[in-house]
Structures are given as C-alpha cells and as structure tokens.
Ligand binder design. Structure first.
Ligand code: ZN
Ligand code: MN
Length: 480
C-alpha cells in the first residue's frame, strides 16, 4: 500500500433497519419502497407541533444485535439529541440523533472490523455506532439538474438508521471496499437490514491527504461507487496540493465520474446539538444485552471457520462463499441434500456458486433469492461433472437455462449436449484434425504445447462435447 501511505480514509455508513416494521419514534409502517407517496405518515413523523415521539424498543434490540456483532461497548444509558439543520426533507428543522459529547453518549463505542487486502489482515477500528431517524425522501423527476421541481415523500421520514462511524484507519480505496464488504456481510447476518435494498446502505466518505484538510463525499450508494469516488478524490486532492492550492474542509457530491463541491465551512458546532427533551433517557442493562447475545446468529467469520473445518474448503474459498449470506445458505441447503459429497465435490459446488452463479448475478444485477435457481440443480451439475457425463465447458453453457429453474436433466435432453467419450469416434475426429492442421502437428515435435491448439480444434468440432482428457491422450498417441 506504499503508494497510498499518506491517504487517510474514514467512513460513516447509514444502515437502514429494513427488518423493522415500524418507524423509530412512531408506529407508522417503515416499508416505504414502492408505496404511494405520503401514505405512511402521522403527526410525529411529519414533525407537527405538539406531537411527541416514543422510542421503538425493537430498534434498540436491533442496535444491540449489531453492536454485539461488531464487538462494540454498549452504553447502558443514553439520551437522544437534536441535530439542528434546515432542509426540506426534515420538517422539524432537526434530526433526532445521538451525540457523544456535551454529556451525551452514542449507542455504543469502539468495535472492530477485520479486513484482508492483498493477503494482509488489518483491523479497522470503529469510533461508535449510533441511532437516528432517516429524513424524508426528495424525489427529482428525471435528474437533479434538469428537474423543474423537487417532490418530497415523507414515507421515509422517521425510519430507523444506525450510523457506523469508523476511525480514519483506511489507507486506500481497496481497504475501504473490503471494509464495506465485511460490514455489509455482518449486517446481513444480523438480519436487521437487507443491504441489497436501494438506499438501505448509504456511505459518507471522509478523505484527506496527510497534513491537509479533508473533504466529505456524501451519500454514495454502492461499494463500487465508493471505490471510484475515493480514487477520484485522491487524484484531485494530490493534484491540488502539487499545484500549491490550499484544500479546505468541504462537503462534496459524487456525480458518477467526479466529485462536486456542495458546501464549505460546515462544522459540528453549526448543528447546535442539544438533548431531545421530548424523550426520556434510555436505559438497558446486562440482562437485556445478554438475552440478545444468546440469540445472536452465527457470524460470517464463524461460518467461514466451520466451512474450512467441515467441508475442507480452503480459507480463500470459504471467505468468499460466506460473504453473502444468501449464497452461503444456498450452499448449505445443497450440501444437506446430498450426503455422498466429499471434499472434492464441496469444492466444485463452491466454485460453481462463486464463479458461474455469482458472475450471472452480477451481470444481471440481482441476488440469488430473486432467481429460480435451486440447490438441487447445482448438486446435479456437480454430479454430472464428477461422473464425466458433461464437460465443464458444457456445464457452463447451461447457466442461462438453470437460472430459469430448468432441471439439469431437462437441459441436457434439450441441448443434446453430453460428453463424447467413445474412443472410436474421438480417434477419427483427432485424425481429421491432424490431417487438416499439418503445420501444428509438425510443430508438436519441437513444442509439446502445440497439442493444446489441436485439442481446441477437436473441442470446436464437437461444440465442446469431446472428453478433453481422452482427446489429449489420443492426440499424443496419434502424434508419436
Ligand atoms: Zn409516523
Ligand atoms: Mn447521520
């Protein structure tokens, strides 16, 4: 990481508790996605004068779950604070949040997330996690620059956020990416939020070059975009320093290919934090926390270790496999269906999920739960590969049909593709190819690698159905 030693990155992530049915301070439904605008509101989340908030106890339970998963120290007594600022999406003129100064405390302090970049393991320390309400949603028709007006949907107003604030421990966009991946995974495992939902996982990135003021890039929605925005900012800031410009502390917006300055000279004091006098201090105790600790589900790290132990997957494979809980659950379902599997088959199954399936999901921008793919299909593919009924090339060509839920048997029947292992047939094919490619065949005497080119021709003639191992053996014999 030497190229980035002077880079300082800290991340603030807003995680929406999408598994919570109601809002943080009222009983309106917090499920606003796809709902008619301004239908999930009441005087409290509209911020009408005289309305009084009441804290949602389940939100505290969810926050406790995340705090435990992140190994934070939970503060047993805390107040909510008002963070004052004016914005159309914030009808009260303040956001109910938490503050860790002026006698206030965050929900929980410290905590740690372990990341691995280029084989190096590093612990990123957390500063704190706190609870706060989400503002309403501003909707621009078309784009923010061309829309003639802004529309406001108060359905989101008052839904629950947990903000996770890291220490400025990251030194490169790649470290930030790994940190986000791990955090997203832990959040998914705690089942308090579905991080794949649009807007459920929003990142503010603080970035500076050692010795200079920082900029904060607000509201970035995906890991890839965070990485791009950080790379852009590093270049921009370094160039400005080189030119002798003085960087000022500012808030910037990520535009998809560049950052744009939004506002400068915005400091904590501008928010005039003070205690929310409409809410009593909240108290938890050891018993409350222990009850939640006992029910804490298995976390990705434990699951990874279990996969290494029970299925003899290597550390790398197990680490990637457990990252997305849906994929890991899918893996286990398949494993349970097929008792005869041994380490070799576990590995094949895992590879199929990590390569073919993950690639398809990425390309189609979806997740496994949204597809018709079933664990038994992967089990059948693994068996067919193992028994050499199909080659991996043929298997790979099945992915599109598999995603529609079609069984492997049916796909094989429909495509008519299966491995050609009949020696007579293969031999005549090999002879044909040698005859057609005398130059390559002659080249083989000096360059044994030339056999791969001939093998490729046989595979091509059979649309990938020739048994690759047998073909190679036969070619060797024929070329002697
Ligand atoms: Zn409400
Ligand atoms: Mn916040």
């Amino acid at each position: 990481m030497s190229e980035h030693e002077d880079v300082i990155i800290g991340l603030e992530i807003h995680i929406q508790l999408t598994a919570l049915k109601t809002k943080l301070f009222c009983s309106c439904s917090s499920d606003y996605r796809g709902k008619a605008p301004n239908t999930h509101t009441c005087p409290i989340c509209l911020g009408l004068p005289g309305s009084l908030p009441v804290t949602n106890e389940k939100a505290i339970k969810f926050a406790t779950r995340l705090a435990l998963a992140l190994k934070c120290t939970i503060n047993e007594r805390f107040y909510f604070f008002r963070k004052n600022y004016y914005y159309p999406d914030l009808p009260k003129g303040f956001q109910i949040s938490q503050y860790n100064r002026a006698g206030g405390k965050a929900f929980a302090d410290r905590g740690v997330i372990e990341i691995e970049v280029d084989g190096n393991i590093k612990e990123i320390q957390l500063n704190r996690i706190h609870l706060e309400e989400d503002p309403a949603r501003i909707v621009h028709e078309g784009s923010i620059t061309t829309s003639p007006h802004a529309l406001i949907d108060y359905n989101r107003s008052g839904t629950t956020l947990i903000e996770v604030v890291s220490e400025p421990d990251m030194r490169s966009p790649a470290e930030a990416r790994e940190y986000l991946k791990q955090l997203m995974s832990i959040v998914q495992y705690t089942e308090i939020c579905d991080p794949n939902l649009e807007g459920a996982f929003r990142v503010d990135a603080n970035i500076s070059i050692k010795g200079h003021d920082r900029s904060e890039v607000k509201n970035i929605n995906s890991i890839k975009e965070v990485e791009n925005a950080l790379s852009y900012e590093i270049k921009r800031q370094k160039l400005a320093i080189k030119r002798g410009a003085i960087l000022i502390q500012e808030t910037r917006h990520w535009d998809g290919d560049k950052t744009i300055s939004l506002r400068t000279k915005e400091f904590e004091a501008d928010y005039r934090y003070f205690p929310e006098q409409d809410l009593v201090p909240f108290e938890t105790d050891e018993q409350f926390v222990d009850k939640i600790r006992i029910k804490l589900p298995e976390m990705p790290k434990e699951r990874k270790e279990r996969y290494q132990r029970d299925y003899l997957l290597n550390e790398f494979d197990a680490g990637i496999l457990v990252l997305d809980k849906q994929i890991a659950d899918f893996f286990e379902e398949g494993i349970k269906l097929e008792k005869s599997f041994r380490p070799e088959e576990y590995k094949l199954y895992c590879n199929w999920l990590m390569n073919q399936v993950s690639r398809w999901l990425n390309e189609n921008n979806t997740n496994i739960a949204n597809t018709k793919l079933k664990p038994e299909q992967i089990v059948d593919i693994v068996k067919a590969l193992k028994e050499n009924v199909i080659s991996s090339k043929i298997a790979n060509s099945f992915i599109e049909e598999m995603m529609k839920g079609t069984s492997i048997q049916e796909i094989m029947k429909k495509s008519g593709k299966k491995v050609i292992s009949d020696e007579n047939k293969l031999e005549s094919l090999c002879k044909e190819v040698i005859k057609e490619n005398p130059k390559i065949a002659a080249d083989y005497k000096k360059n044994p690698k030339a056999i791969q080119a001939l093998k490729g021709k046989v595979m091509g003639k059979t649309r990938g159905q020739a048994d690759p191992k047998k073909t190679e053996e036969l070619l060797k014999i024929l070329l002697k």
